[in-house]
Ligand binder design. Structure first.
Ligand SMILES: Nc1ncnc2c1ncn2[C@@H]1O[C@H](COP(=O)(O)OP(=O)(O)OP(=O)(O)O)[C@@H](O)[C@H]1O
Ligand SMILES: [Mg+2]
Length: 360
Protein backbone atom coordinates (compact mmCIF):
# COMPACT_ATOMS: atom_id res chain seq x y z
CA UNK A 1 0.00 0.00 0.00
CA UNK A 2 1.71 3.24 -1.04
CA UNK A 3 2.67 5.79 1.53
CA UNK A 4 1.43 9.28 0.66
CA UNK A 5 2.98 11.30 3.45
CA UNK A 6 5.25 10.95 6.43
CA UNK A 7 5.86 13.30 9.32
CA UNK A 8 8.57 12.93 11.96
CA UNK A 9 8.93 14.84 15.22
CA UNK A 10 12.13 14.40 17.28
CA UNK A 11 12.97 11.12 15.57
CA UNK A 12 16.78 10.60 15.62
CA UNK A 13 18.38 13.71 14.03
CA UNK A 14 15.12 15.15 12.66
CA UNK A 15 13.37 17.94 14.59
CA UNK A 16 10.32 18.03 12.38
CA UNK A 17 10.14 16.93 8.79
CA UNK A 18 7.24 16.22 6.44
CA UNK A 19 7.53 14.54 3.06
CA UNK A 20 4.83 13.93 0.46
CA UNK A 21 5.73 10.89 -1.58
CA UNK A 22 5.03 10.15 -5.23
CA UNK A 23 3.36 6.89 -6.34
CA UNK A 24 6.42 5.41 -8.08
CA UNK A 25 10.08 6.32 -7.46
CA UNK A 26 11.13 8.60 -4.61
CA UNK A 27 14.77 9.51 -4.16
CA UNK A 28 15.90 10.91 -0.82
CA UNK A 29 19.36 12.43 -1.17
CA UNK A 30 21.80 14.41 0.90
CA UNK A 31 25.14 14.17 2.58
CA UNK A 32 26.22 11.54 5.07
CA UNK A 33 24.39 11.90 8.36
CA UNK A 34 21.59 14.02 6.94
CA UNK A 35 18.98 11.49 8.07
CA UNK A 36 18.12 9.56 4.90
CA UNK A 37 18.24 6.08 6.38
CA UNK A 38 16.29 7.47 9.34
CA UNK A 39 13.34 8.19 7.01
CA UNK A 40 13.39 4.56 5.81
CA UNK A 41 13.64 3.43 9.42
CA UNK A 42 10.52 5.48 10.22
CA UNK A 43 8.56 3.93 7.32
CA UNK A 44 9.72 0.46 8.43
CA UNK A 45 8.53 1.22 11.97
CA UNK A 46 5.11 2.24 10.67
CA UNK A 47 4.96 -1.06 8.82
CA UNK A 48 5.87 -3.52 11.57
CA UNK A 49 6.31 -1.47 14.72
CA UNK A 50 10.08 -1.97 14.81
CA UNK A 51 13.25 -0.35 13.53
CA UNK A 52 15.62 -2.36 11.34
CA UNK A 53 18.68 -0.80 12.94
CA UNK A 54 18.12 -1.26 16.63
CA UNK A 55 16.08 -3.05 19.26
CA UNK A 56 16.74 -0.26 21.75
CA UNK A 57 13.68 1.91 21.44
CA UNK A 58 15.26 4.81 23.34
CA UNK A 59 17.92 5.21 20.66
CA UNK A 60 15.28 6.54 18.25
CA UNK A 61 14.39 9.59 20.32
CA UNK A 62 16.24 12.78 19.43
CA UNK A 63 18.79 13.75 22.06
CA UNK A 64 17.28 15.40 25.15
CA UNK A 65 13.70 15.44 23.85
CA UNK A 66 10.67 14.21 25.79
CA UNK A 67 8.93 12.20 23.07
CA UNK A 68 8.98 11.37 19.38
CA UNK A 69 6.19 10.86 16.94
CA UNK A 70 6.08 9.27 13.47
CA UNK A 71 2.94 9.67 11.39
CA UNK A 72 2.29 8.11 8.01
CA UNK A 73 -0.64 8.26 5.65
CA UNK A 74 -1.13 5.13 3.57
CA UNK A 75 -3.37 4.75 0.56
CA UNK A 76 -5.54 1.67 0.97
CA UNK A 77 -7.99 0.39 -1.64
CA UNK A 78 -10.73 2.82 -0.66
CA UNK A 79 -9.34 5.40 1.77
CA UNK A 80 -6.30 7.03 3.30
CA UNK A 81 -5.31 5.46 6.60
CA UNK A 82 -3.22 7.26 9.20
CA UNK A 83 -0.76 5.31 11.32
CA UNK A 84 1.03 6.98 14.18
CA UNK A 85 3.68 5.86 16.66
CA UNK A 86 4.25 7.99 19.75
CA UNK A 87 6.96 7.22 22.25
CA UNK A 88 8.09 8.95 25.41
CA UNK A 89 11.58 9.26 26.88
CA UNK A 90 11.09 6.24 29.17
CA UNK A 91 10.28 4.01 26.18
CA UNK A 92 6.49 3.89 26.66
CA UNK A 93 4.87 3.63 23.25
CA UNK A 94 1.45 3.93 21.65
CA UNK A 95 0.50 2.93 18.15
CA UNK A 96 -2.66 4.45 16.67
CA UNK A 97 -4.56 3.71 13.49
CA UNK A 98 -6.84 6.57 12.49
CA UNK A 99 -6.63 7.79 16.07
CA UNK A 100 -7.52 4.45 17.69
CA UNK A 101 -4.96 2.90 19.99
CA UNK A 102 -3.88 -0.63 19.11
CA UNK A 103 -4.02 -3.36 21.74
CA UNK A 104 -1.19 -5.25 20.11
CA UNK A 105 1.37 -4.78 17.35
CA UNK A 106 -0.25 -7.81 15.76
CA UNK A 107 -2.94 -5.49 14.39
CA UNK A 108 -0.27 -3.49 12.55
CA UNK A 109 1.86 -6.25 11.04
CA UNK A 110 0.91 -7.04 7.47
CA UNK A 111 -1.26 -3.92 6.92
CA UNK A 112 1.37 -2.05 4.90
CA UNK A 113 4.18 -4.41 4.04
CA UNK A 114 7.61 -3.05 3.12
CA UNK A 115 10.58 -4.84 1.59
CA UNK A 116 13.90 -3.45 2.71
CA UNK A 117 17.19 -3.76 0.88
CA UNK A 118 19.94 -2.28 3.04
CA UNK A 119 23.48 -3.12 4.12
CA UNK A 120 22.05 -4.37 7.45
CA UNK A 121 20.02 -7.00 5.62
CA UNK A 122 23.18 -8.71 4.41
CA UNK A 123 23.09 -10.73 7.65
CA UNK A 124 20.44 -12.86 5.93
CA UNK A 125 23.19 -14.55 3.92
CA UNK A 126 26.16 -13.82 6.19
CA UNK A 127 24.70 -14.05 9.68
CA UNK A 128 23.93 -16.78 12.19
CA UNK A 129 21.17 -19.41 11.85
CA UNK A 130 19.20 -17.23 14.26
CA UNK A 131 19.45 -14.27 11.82
CA UNK A 132 18.14 -16.49 9.04
CA UNK A 133 15.28 -17.80 11.14
CA UNK A 134 14.45 -14.23 12.16
CA UNK A 135 14.26 -13.21 8.54
CA UNK A 136 11.80 -15.91 7.59
CA UNK A 137 9.80 -15.58 10.81
CA UNK A 138 9.38 -11.89 10.06
CA UNK A 139 8.42 -12.45 6.44
CA UNK A 140 5.94 -15.23 7.20
CA UNK A 141 4.43 -13.10 9.99
CA UNK A 142 3.90 -10.27 7.51
CA UNK A 143 2.06 -12.53 5.09
CA UNK A 144 0.14 -14.46 7.74
CA UNK A 145 -1.30 -13.19 10.99
CA UNK A 146 -1.86 -16.79 11.97
CA UNK A 147 1.86 -17.53 11.61
CA UNK A 148 2.63 -14.55 13.82
CA UNK A 149 0.22 -15.75 16.52
CA UNK A 150 1.58 -19.30 16.48
CA UNK A 151 5.18 -18.03 16.56
CA UNK A 152 4.46 -15.70 19.50
CA UNK A 153 2.78 -18.54 21.42
CA UNK A 154 5.66 -20.89 20.67
CA UNK A 155 8.26 -18.37 21.83
CA UNK A 156 6.36 -17.74 25.06
CA UNK A 157 6.05 -21.45 25.85
CA UNK A 158 9.69 -22.08 24.92
CA UNK A 159 10.77 -19.35 27.31
CA UNK A 160 8.73 -20.88 30.13
CA UNK A 161 10.03 -24.39 29.46
CA UNK A 162 13.59 -23.08 29.36
CA UNK A 163 13.10 -21.29 32.67
CA UNK A 164 11.90 -24.53 34.24
CA UNK A 165 14.89 -26.43 32.80
CA UNK A 166 17.25 -23.78 34.07
CA UNK A 167 15.79 -23.91 37.61
CA UNK A 168 15.32 -27.66 37.50
CA UNK A 169 15.86 -29.70 40.61
CA UNK A 170 15.20 -33.37 40.88
CA UNK A 171 11.95 -33.35 42.72
CA UNK A 172 8.85 -34.96 41.41
CA UNK A 173 6.94 -31.72 41.10
CA UNK A 174 9.38 -30.34 38.58
CA UNK A 175 9.18 -33.60 36.65
CA UNK A 176 5.39 -33.38 36.47
CA UNK A 177 5.59 -29.75 35.46
CA UNK A 178 8.03 -30.58 32.69
CA UNK A 179 5.61 -33.17 31.34
CA UNK A 180 2.94 -30.48 31.10
CA UNK A 181 5.30 -28.15 29.22
CA UNK A 182 6.33 -31.00 26.91
CA UNK A 183 2.72 -31.43 25.90
CA UNK A 184 2.21 -27.73 25.35
CA UNK A 185 5.37 -27.15 23.39
CA UNK A 186 4.92 -30.21 21.20
CA UNK A 187 1.43 -29.08 20.24
CA UNK A 188 2.39 -25.54 19.31
CA UNK A 189 5.81 -26.55 17.92
CA UNK A 190 4.18 -28.93 15.50
CA UNK A 191 1.77 -26.24 14.36
CA UNK A 192 4.61 -23.83 13.80
CA UNK A 193 6.58 -26.39 11.81
CA UNK A 194 3.61 -27.15 9.62
CA UNK A 195 3.08 -23.48 8.77
CA UNK A 196 6.78 -22.81 8.33
CA UNK A 197 7.30 -25.73 5.96
CA UNK A 198 4.25 -24.65 4.00
CA UNK A 199 5.37 -21.03 3.61
CA UNK A 200 8.94 -22.06 2.97
CA UNK A 201 7.76 -24.15 0.02
CA UNK A 202 5.86 -21.16 -1.34
CA UNK A 203 8.87 -18.93 -0.86
CA UNK A 204 11.15 -21.48 -2.55
CA UNK A 205 8.91 -21.42 -5.64
CA UNK A 206 9.10 -17.63 -5.82
CA UNK A 207 12.87 -17.77 -5.46
CA UNK A 208 13.05 -20.31 -8.25
CA UNK A 209 11.00 -18.02 -10.51
CA UNK A 210 13.19 -15.07 -9.59
CA UNK A 211 16.38 -16.93 -10.43
CA UNK A 212 14.85 -17.96 -13.77
CA UNK A 213 14.62 -14.29 -14.75
CA UNK A 214 18.40 -14.10 -14.33
CA UNK A 215 18.97 -17.34 -16.18
CA UNK A 216 21.48 -16.04 -18.72
CA UNK A 217 23.79 -14.98 -15.89
CA UNK A 218 24.98 -18.58 -15.54
CA UNK A 219 24.57 -19.27 -11.83
CA UNK A 220 22.27 -21.32 -9.66
CA UNK A 221 20.74 -20.20 -6.39
CA UNK A 222 18.27 -21.83 -4.03
CA UNK A 223 17.48 -22.17 -0.35
CA UNK A 224 16.78 -25.17 1.84
CA UNK A 225 15.17 -25.57 5.23
CA UNK A 226 17.04 -28.03 7.41
CA UNK A 227 14.42 -29.28 9.79
CA UNK A 228 12.97 -32.38 11.39
CA UNK A 229 9.74 -33.73 9.98
CA UNK A 230 7.63 -34.89 12.91
CA UNK A 231 4.70 -37.19 12.27
CA UNK A 232 2.84 -36.82 15.55
CA UNK A 233 2.84 -35.04 18.87
CA UNK A 234 3.67 -38.40 20.45
CA UNK A 235 6.88 -38.59 18.46
CA UNK A 236 7.68 -34.97 19.40
CA UNK A 237 7.23 -35.72 23.12
CA UNK A 238 9.34 -38.87 22.86
CA UNK A 239 12.19 -36.87 21.38
CA UNK A 240 11.86 -34.25 24.12
CA UNK A 241 11.98 -37.01 26.74
CA UNK A 242 15.02 -38.61 25.17
CA UNK A 243 16.81 -35.29 25.33
CA UNK A 244 15.59 -34.39 28.78
CA UNK A 245 18.85 -34.95 30.63
CA UNK A 246 20.78 -32.97 28.08
CA UNK A 247 18.22 -30.15 28.20
CA UNK A 248 18.37 -30.03 31.99
CA UNK A 249 22.15 -30.00 31.86
CA UNK A 250 22.18 -27.14 29.37
CA UNK A 251 19.19 -25.35 30.90
CA UNK A 252 17.42 -24.96 27.56
CA UNK A 253 15.34 -26.80 25.00
CA UNK A 254 17.50 -28.32 22.28
CA UNK A 255 14.76 -29.59 20.01
CA UNK A 256 12.08 -27.73 18.10
CA UNK A 257 11.45 -25.17 15.34
CA UNK A 258 13.77 -22.68 17.06
CA UNK A 259 16.70 -24.89 16.04
CA UNK A 260 15.89 -25.03 12.31
CA UNK A 261 18.59 -23.98 9.88
CA UNK A 262 18.26 -22.35 6.51
CA UNK A 263 20.96 -22.73 3.88
CA UNK A 264 21.36 -20.54 0.81
CA UNK A 265 23.08 -22.45 -1.96
CA UNK A 266 24.94 -20.50 -4.63
CA UNK A 267 26.50 -22.55 -7.45
CA UNK A 268 26.07 -25.72 -5.36
CA UNK A 269 27.94 -24.32 -2.36
CA UNK A 270 26.68 -22.82 0.87
CA UNK A 271 27.02 -19.09 0.31
CA UNK A 272 27.72 -18.36 3.95
CA UNK A 273 31.00 -20.22 3.87
CA UNK A 274 31.99 -19.84 0.24
CA UNK A 275 30.31 -16.74 -1.21
CA UNK A 276 32.29 -13.78 -2.52
CA UNK A 277 31.20 -10.23 -1.64
CA UNK A 278 29.50 -9.79 -5.01
CA UNK A 279 27.76 -13.15 -4.71
CA UNK A 280 26.39 -12.20 -1.29
CA UNK A 281 25.00 -8.97 -2.74
CA UNK A 282 23.43 -10.75 -5.69
CA UNK A 283 21.98 -13.40 -3.38
CA UNK A 284 20.42 -10.74 -1.17
CA UNK A 285 18.86 -9.09 -4.20
CA UNK A 286 17.36 -12.41 -5.31
CA UNK A 287 16.11 -13.15 -1.80
CA UNK A 288 14.42 -9.75 -1.71
CA UNK A 289 12.87 -10.07 -5.17
CA UNK A 290 11.39 -13.38 -4.07
CA UNK A 291 10.16 -11.68 -0.90
CA UNK A 292 8.29 -9.11 -3.01
CA UNK A 293 6.73 -11.90 -5.06
CA UNK A 294 5.66 -13.89 -2.01
CA UNK A 295 4.05 -10.86 -0.36
CA UNK A 296 2.17 -9.97 -3.54
CA UNK A 297 0.99 -13.51 -4.08
CA UNK A 298 -0.13 -14.34 -0.54
CA UNK A 299 -1.51 -10.98 0.59
CA UNK A 300 -2.54 -9.49 -2.77
CA UNK A 301 -0.87 -6.30 -1.54
CA UNK A 302 1.88 -4.29 -3.17
CA UNK A 303 4.77 -3.79 -0.75
CA UNK A 304 6.69 -0.51 -0.59
CA UNK A 305 10.30 -1.07 -1.61
CA UNK A 306 12.94 0.63 0.54
CA UNK A 307 16.41 0.77 -1.02
CA UNK A 308 19.06 2.11 1.30
CA UNK A 309 22.21 3.23 -0.51
CA UNK A 310 21.81 0.41 -3.01
CA UNK A 311 23.58 2.06 -5.91
CA UNK A 312 26.76 3.13 -4.16
CA UNK A 313 29.80 1.15 -5.24
CA UNK A 314 28.03 -0.96 -7.85
CA UNK A 315 29.65 -1.85 -11.13
CA UNK A 316 27.56 -1.70 -14.30
CA UNK A 317 26.49 -5.34 -14.45
CA UNK A 318 25.51 -5.43 -10.79
CA UNK A 319 23.62 -2.20 -11.17
CA UNK A 320 21.57 -3.67 -14.00
CA UNK A 321 20.64 -6.44 -11.58
CA UNK A 322 19.84 -3.92 -8.89
CA UNK A 323 17.49 -2.09 -11.24
CA UNK A 324 15.41 -5.28 -11.27
CA UNK A 325 14.34 -4.28 -7.80
CA UNK A 326 12.60 -1.23 -9.22
CA UNK A 327 9.32 -2.41 -10.59
CA UNK A 328 7.29 0.29 -12.31
CA UNK A 329 4.14 -0.80 -10.52
CA UNK A 330 5.56 -0.51 -7.02
CA UNK A 331 6.31 2.48 -4.89
CA UNK A 332 10.04 2.63 -4.26
CA UNK A 333 11.95 4.86 -1.89
CA UNK A 334 15.67 5.15 -2.57
CA UNK A 335 18.36 6.90 -0.54
CA UNK A 336 21.61 8.17 -2.02
CA UNK A 337 24.26 10.77 -1.29
CA UNK A 338 24.24 12.15 -4.88
CA UNK A 339 21.27 12.34 -7.22
CA UNK A 340 23.64 11.69 -10.09
CA UNK A 341 24.44 8.21 -8.76
CA UNK A 342 20.87 7.02 -9.23
CA UNK A 343 20.33 8.99 -12.45
CA UNK A 344 23.40 7.37 -13.98
CA UNK A 345 21.84 3.99 -13.21
CA UNK A 346 18.76 4.86 -15.23
CA UNK A 347 16.37 6.21 -12.60
CA UNK A 348 14.35 9.02 -14.23
CA UNK A 349 13.59 11.50 -11.51
CA UNK A 350 11.76 13.98 -13.77
CA UNK A 351 9.15 11.47 -14.89
CA UNK A 352 5.66 12.03 -13.59
CA UNK A 353 4.95 9.86 -10.54
CA UNK A 354 8.61 10.22 -9.47
CA UNK A 355 9.96 12.68 -6.88
CA UNK A 356 13.19 13.65 -5.18
CA UNK A 357 13.81 15.13 -1.74
CA UNK A 358 16.96 16.86 -0.64
CA UNK A 359 17.93 16.68 3.02
CA UNK A 360 20.30 19.54 3.82
N1 LIG B 1 18.77 9.68 18.92
C1 LIG B 1 19.45 10.53 18.11
N2 LIG B 1 19.46 11.86 18.39
C2 LIG B 1 20.11 12.72 17.60
N3 LIG B 1 20.80 12.36 16.50
C3 LIG B 1 20.82 11.06 16.18
C4 LIG B 1 20.15 10.08 16.95
N4 LIG B 1 20.35 8.87 16.41
C5 LIG B 1 21.12 9.08 15.33
N5 LIG B 1 21.41 10.37 15.17
C6 LIG B 1 22.20 11.01 14.10
O1 LIG B 1 21.36 11.10 12.99
C7 LIG B 1 22.14 11.24 11.82
C8 LIG B 1 21.39 10.60 10.67
O2 LIG B 1 21.66 9.26 10.52
P1 LIG B 1 21.26 8.48 9.19
O3 LIG B 1 21.85 7.14 9.34
O4 LIG B 1 19.80 8.57 8.96
O5 LIG B 1 22.01 9.33 8.06
P2 LIG B 1 22.14 9.06 6.50
O6 LIG B 1 21.69 10.29 5.80
O7 LIG B 1 21.50 7.80 6.12
O8 LIG B 1 23.72 8.97 6.35
P3 LIG B 1 24.63 8.06 5.37
O9 LIG B 1 24.65 8.74 4.04
O10 LIG B 1 25.98 8.13 6.01
O11 LIG B 1 24.06 6.70 5.33
C9 LIG B 1 23.52 10.70 12.18
O12 LIG B 1 24.44 11.76 12.14
C10 LIG B 1 23.36 10.19 13.60
O13 LIG B 1 24.50 10.45 14.38
MG1 LIG C 1 22.25 5.99 5.46
Amino acid sequence: MPIKEIGLVSFRNHDTINLEFCPNINVIWGKNGSGKTTILEAIHSLSIGRSFRTNRKKELLKDDMEYFSVTGKFQTADKVQEIQINQTKDGARRILIDGNKLESVKELIGLNPVVLLSPEEQIITKGTPQDQRNYFNKLFSIVSNQYFTILSDYNRILKQRNKLLDDFNIINEAQTELEIWNERISEIGQKLWKKRIDFFKKYGLELKNTVKDFEDSGFTFSCELVTKIIKSEKEYIEILEKRQNKDIYLGRTTFGPHTDKINFIFNKKNIKQYGSQGEHKLALLLIKLAEVKLIRKVTQKDPIILLDDLFAKLDDSRSKQAMAMIDNDLQTIITTTELKIVEDRGVKIDKSNNCSFYLG
